[in-house]
Design a protein around this ligand. Structure first.
Ligand SMILES: O=C1O[C@H]([C@@H](O)CO)C(O)=C1O
Length: 547
C-alpha cells in the first residue's frame, strides 16, 4: 500500500515547556504527526516549505532508502534544500518493521521542533495476527518521543557555535516528552513569555489498564543530551533497538542516545490506586536541566504522583551506561551473523580542535564541511570540481596518541572530501574517543549511519589497539543498529556492507557536533543509482549554473 501524507512546514508560536518560542511545525504541530505504516509499504510525504525565509530538508532516520538514495533528506549530501515556497515529495519503501523517526537535517533546524516518530508494523501473513512475527507479546503500545529544548532560536545556537570565541549551546532549558515539558516560569528570561497554565505544556499522560502489558516505543531526537528514561516502580524489558529485536534484558531505566530508538515492555502490575512518573534525565554531561516528566495513569486521571520523579543514575557513571551498551545483542532467533572479516578498516579518532580560532570537531584531524552541490548529484554527474577530491585519512598515528590527554596539536584542517567504498565490500569503522581541548573531559558521541544498519562488534575504554582488540569482537550475536554510542575515552567498533548504492552521511547525532564538523560521508555504487529526480536539484552546480 502507499501511505500518503501532505505536510506544510511553518513556524508557529508554541509553548512546549510553557515558554513561548518560534517552533518549526508540521501542519501546525510539534512534534509532527506519527507515520504508521506496514512493512513493505511505500510512504509518500509531500512536504511544502512554508518557513518563509528558511531552507528545509527532512531525514527519515533508520529507513535505509534502498533504491531511493535521493529521498534520504540530507541537505548537501543527497539533495539541495527545499526552498521557501517549494514542495518536495519524499517517496520510499519501509522495508523492515520497527521504530524509527524523522527530523530536519538542515543546519540546526532539528532543535526548532521539527521531528516525529515512524512506526513500521509487521506485515501480517493472511489469517495471522499482526504481531505473529515478533518474539514478544503485548496488549497495547505507547510512543515516547524524547527531546531537549532551548528557548534560544536555532539561529542563535548556530551563530554562537560559529563565533570566535565559540558560544557553546549550553545545557537545555527543558527536557520534553512527546513535545511537552514544564519550565519554572519564575525563571523565564523574558517576562510575559511563560504561561504555566498553557494547555500546550500540560504534562503528558500515558494510560494503562491494570494487568496489561505495554510496548513503549521510545525514540530520542535530542539535539545534545544523552538521556536516561525510567518509569517509576516499573521494570522494563528491552526488546527492540533501532528496528532490530534484541535478546530481552530487564532494566530499571534505559540510557538512550540521540538518534536511537528502543522498545521496552512494561507490565501494569503495580498498585492501581496511584499514578507513577515517567522521567527523563540528562546523563553523561553534568546536568543543569530539571527532570522531564510525564504521568503513567492507571485510573485515567491526570493527577501528578505525590512522589519525587526518579532522578536516574549518577550522570557520570560511564560504566553503568557502557554495560547497558554491551548487554544489547541480537535476539537469538533473529541473529544475522556479520561477515567474518572486513575488506577495509577505517579508524577514526574523534577530537575537538581549533581551526582559525573556531572550535571544531575533527576525524583524524579533518573537520567536515558540507559542499554546496550535494554529493549525490555531483558524483552522478561527474561534477568533480564541486568538492575536495582528496580522500580523507583512513587512520591516525594511534601508537603515540594519548587519548586521556588534550590533543598535543589542537589544530586541524577542514575538508568536504568523502570516502569511496568498493560496492559490496565489508567495511569496519572503529570510532576512537579522546580527551577534549580542556583537560579531564571526554563526552559521549552517538554516531548515526545513513542508508545502512551496522553490526556493533565491540566497545572498549581506552585506546583501541588494532593488533589486539579485534580478537574480542562479538561475531556471534552482534546487534544491528543505525546509531551507536562512543563512550567517554572509549572506542566502538562496527561493521557494515557497502551494498546500498548512494551517498551516505555518517556523523555524530549531536546537532551542534555535526555542525562543528563531526562527520564523514561514504559513497558506494554511484553508477548503480537510477536517474535522480529533478526536484532534489537547484543549488550549486546541479542546474549547470553558478556556485
Ligand atoms: O563541542 C563542545 O564544546 C563544549 C565545550 O567543550 C566548550 O565549551 C562542549 O561541551 C562540547 O561538546
Amino acid at each position: 500500500a502507499t501511505r500518503r501524507y501532505e505536510w506544510e512546514v511553518s513556524y508557529q508560536f508554541k509553548s512546549p515547556d510553557c515558554v513561548r518560542k518560534l517552533s518549526a511545525t508540521i501542519n501546525g504541530q510539534t512534534p509532527g504527526p506519527t507515520i504508521r505504516a506496514t512493512q513493505g509499504d511505500t510512504v509518500e510525504v509531500k512536504v511544502r516549505n512554508s518557513l518563509l525565509t528558511e531552507n528545509l530538508a527532512i531525514h527519515w532516520h533508520g529507513i535505509r532508502q534502498i533504491g531511493t538514495p535521493w529521498a534520504d533528506g540530507t541537505e548537501g549530501v543527497t539533495q539541495c534544500p527545499i526552498l521557501p515556497g517549494d514542495t518536495l515529495t519524499y517517496a520510499f519503501v519501509v522495508d523492515r518493521p520497527g521504530t524509527y523517526m524523522y527530523h530536519a537535517h538542515y543546519g540546526m533546524q532539528r532543535s526548532a521542533g521539527l521531528y516525529g516518530v515512524v512506526v513500521v508494523v509487521v506485515a501480517a501473513a493472511p489469517g495471522a495476527k499482526a504481531d505473529d512475527a515478533e518474539p514478544f507479546a503485548y496488549d497495547d503500545e505507547h510512543h515516547v518521543l524524547l527531546n531537549d529544548w532551548w528557548h534560544n532560536s536555532t539561529y542563535e545556537l548556530a551563530v554562537g557555535l560559529a563565533s570566535v570565541p565559540m558560544v557553546w549551546v549550553g545545557e537545555p532549558h527543558s527536557l520534553l516528552i512527546n513535545g511537552r515539558g514544564r519550565f519554572n516560569c519564575s525563571a523565564a528570561a523574558v517576562p510575559g513569555t511563560c504561561n504555566a497554565t498553557s494547555p500546550e505544556c500540560d504534562t503528558p499522560v500515558f494510560a494503562v489498564v491494570p494487568g496489561q502489558t505495554y510496548r513503549f516505543r521510545i525514540a530520542s531526537v535530542t539535539s545534545l543530551s544523552a538521556l536516561n528514561f525510567e518509569i517509576e516502580g516499573h521494570e522494563m524489558t528491552v526488546v527492540e533497538a533501532d528496528g532490530h529485536y534484541v535478546k530481552p534484558f530487564v532494566v530499571k531505566n534505559i540510557n538512550i542516545y540521540s538518534g536511537e530508538t528502543y522498545s521496552v515492555l512494561i507490565k501494569a502490575d503495580q498498585d492501581p490506586n496511584r499514578n507513577y512518573w515517567l522521567a527523563s534525565n540528562v546523563v553523561s554531561r553534568q546536568p543543569a536541566t530539571p527532570t522531564g516528566t510525564a504521568i503513567l495513569s492507571y485510573s485515567g486521571d491526570r493527577a501528578p504522583p505525590s512522589t519525587t520523579p526518579p532522578t536516574g543514575p549518577a550522570w557520570n557513571d560511564t560504566m553503568y551506561r557502557f554495560q547497558q551498551s554491551v548487554a544489547t545483542v541480537a535476539h537469538p532467533a533473529y541473529v544475522e551473523p556479520p561477515p567474518p572479516r572486513a575488506d577495509r578498516t577505517i579508524l577514526l579518532l574523534n577530537t575537538q580542535n581549533k581551526i582559525d580560532a573556531h572550535t571544531k570537531w575533527a576525524l583524524n584531524g579533518v573537520s567536515f564541511t558540507l559542499p554546496h552541490t550535494p554529493y549525490l548529484v555531483a558524483m552522478k554527474r561527474g561534477l568533480l570540481d564541486t568538492f575536495d577530491q582528496r580522500p580523507p585519512p583512513e587512520t591516525y598515528a594511534y601508537q603515540g596518541y594519548d587519548v586521556y590527554a588534550p590533543p598535543q596539536n589542537p589544530n586541524a584542517t577542514t575538508s568536504d572530501g568523502l570516502y569511496r567504498l568498493r560496492f559490496g565490500s565489508v567495511v569496519d569503522v572503529v570510532l576512537q574517543n579522546a580527551n577534549m581541548l580542556a583537560p579531564n573531559k571526554s563526552e559521549t558521541h552517538p554516531w548515526h549511519l545513513h542508508g545502512h544498519d551496522f553490526w556493533v562488534l565491540g566497545y572498549g575504554i581506552g585506546r583501541f589497539d588494532p593488533a589486539v582488540h579485534p580478537a574480542s569482537y562479538n561475531l556471534k550475536d552482534p546487534v544491528l543498529k543505525n546509531t551507536v554510542a562512543v563512550h567517554p575515552y572509549g572506542w566502538t567498533a562496527l561493521r557494515f556492507k557497502a551494498d546500498n548504492p548512494g551517498v551516505w552521511a555518517f556523523h555524530c547525532h549531536i546537532e551542534a557536533h555535526f555542525f562543528m564538523g563531526m562527520g564523514i560521508v561514504f559513497e558506494e555504487g554511484i553508477q548503480r543509482v537510477a536517474s535522480l529526480p529533478p526536484e532534489i536539484m537547484g543549488c550549486g552546480e546541479t542546474n549547470g549554473g553558478h556556485r
